[in-house]
Every structure is written in C-alpha cells, then in structure tokens.
Design a protein around this ligand. Sequence first.
Ligand SMILES: C[S@@+](CC[C@H](N)C(=O)[O-])C[C@H]1O[C@@H](n2cnc3c(N)ncnc32)[C@H](O)[C@@H]1O
Length: 211
Amino acid sequence: MVFGCAEPHELYPDWKRDFGRDAPLELEIGPGRGGVALDHAARHPEIDLVVIEARRSDCELIRARALKRGLRNLMVLHGDARLLLPRLFPPRSLAGLHVQFPDPWWKRRHHKRRLVDVDFALQARRLLAPGATVDFRTDVAAYAREGEQTWVQAGFERLPDEPPEVLSTRERRYAVTGQPVFRTRFRNPPADIRPIQSERTGREWRDVRRK
Ligand SMILES: C[S@@+](CC[C@H](N)C(=O)[O-])C[C@H]1O[C@@H](n2cnc3c(N)ncnc32)[C@H](O)[C@@H]1O
C-alpha cells in the first residue's frame, strides 16, 4: 500500500495490536446497556468482542462495567454502525455477529434507517468468515419474518434454534413480562453460495406497532 493513496476501506484498525493478541473477533451492533456484550465477553475469554453503539451514554455505561469486571476482551465504539462497518473490518475477518432488538423505526419515512436490510446482510456476508454465525433477535414479528428472508436472500443458512446462552438487557425484561422474542441464527456458508437476486430491500415490512 502506498501511504496517502489508500482508499478509506483499505485502512483498517489493527485489532490484533489493539487487543494485544490474535483471537477470533466478534461484533455486536447496538448493544444498548450491554447485557449481551458484558456476559458474552465474560463467558468467552477466548474471543475478542467489538461493540458499536450509537448512544454515547450506553457506551460509557458498558465501558465502566467492563472495567469493573476486568474484561480485557471487550472494546466499545461510539457511532453509527452502518457508516463505520466498512471502515473497521476487512473482508472475512469476523467470527460472529450479534444483532439484538434493532430499532424497528416504525414511521414510513424512517424505514430507510432500519439496520437489517439486504445491503446490510450482503455486507455482513463479506465481513464474516465462512462458517461464522449471526445471532439475530427481535420482538417485532414482521422484522423476524422479513429479517429471516433478508439473511437467506444474502446467502446465509438458517441454523437450528437453540436456547440463548445470554440474554440481552431488553430480553431480561421480557423474560419477566412474558413478551414474545423471535430468535434466529444463521451461518455464513462457503463463499460460492450466491445471493438470491430480488427487488426487495428487506425494509418494506409493516407491522402493528407495539404499545
Ligand atoms: C432497542 S435497543 C436494543 C439494545 C440491546 N441490544 C438490547 O437488546 O437490550 C437498540 C440499540 O441499538 C442502537 N442503535 C440503533 N441504530 C444503531 C446504529 N446504526 N449503530 C449503532 N447502534 C445503533 C440504539 O442506540 C440502541 O441502543
């Protein structure tokens, strides 16, 4: 690479240097108050976990809790994952992706902000290594249904259901109130599985707004 002439997407952070070791790298987008991030990192000291959260106060909260628990394998980044993703991870560098309860963005004019759409799923396929997994959870039935189609359209394979190892912050609340949660897991297959061509964006879904 010639310094000064690289495209922005060629300049990635050096995660091995920043974590101080060479370990499988996982990503969580929108961790909120960090229910999954903190417990997953603690239960899996063999992986390094990067989380990207748009809300600064949540980033600070997770950082403080990680520090208190002595977690050295968790890095918290503040920002919009949709903008940061292509700048942060080289192709096939991720061993896992966690997306739990992405905002539904109910208003029609906000649908374009929905995280999981066909472009996002295709980008995830590029960034995840073959065999890497996606853990997708939502409380919105239409997001679950259309989201599954979106992951599959991008070429991911649905994995059998399994009880979650750790619950997200929101999920812990639902475990008490009994509100339904839709959980799906997917696997990035070998690279020769082609995405399915379609006009759908994965953002067209409507649902009854939750109270
Ligand atoms: C409904 S909350 C769910 C939080 C957590 N995953 C849970 O289950 O408790 C959605 C979270 O995603 C964050 N978020 C939404 N869009 C984002 C984006 N583009 N990049 C990073 N974080 C985002 C929000 O700030 C919020 O914390």
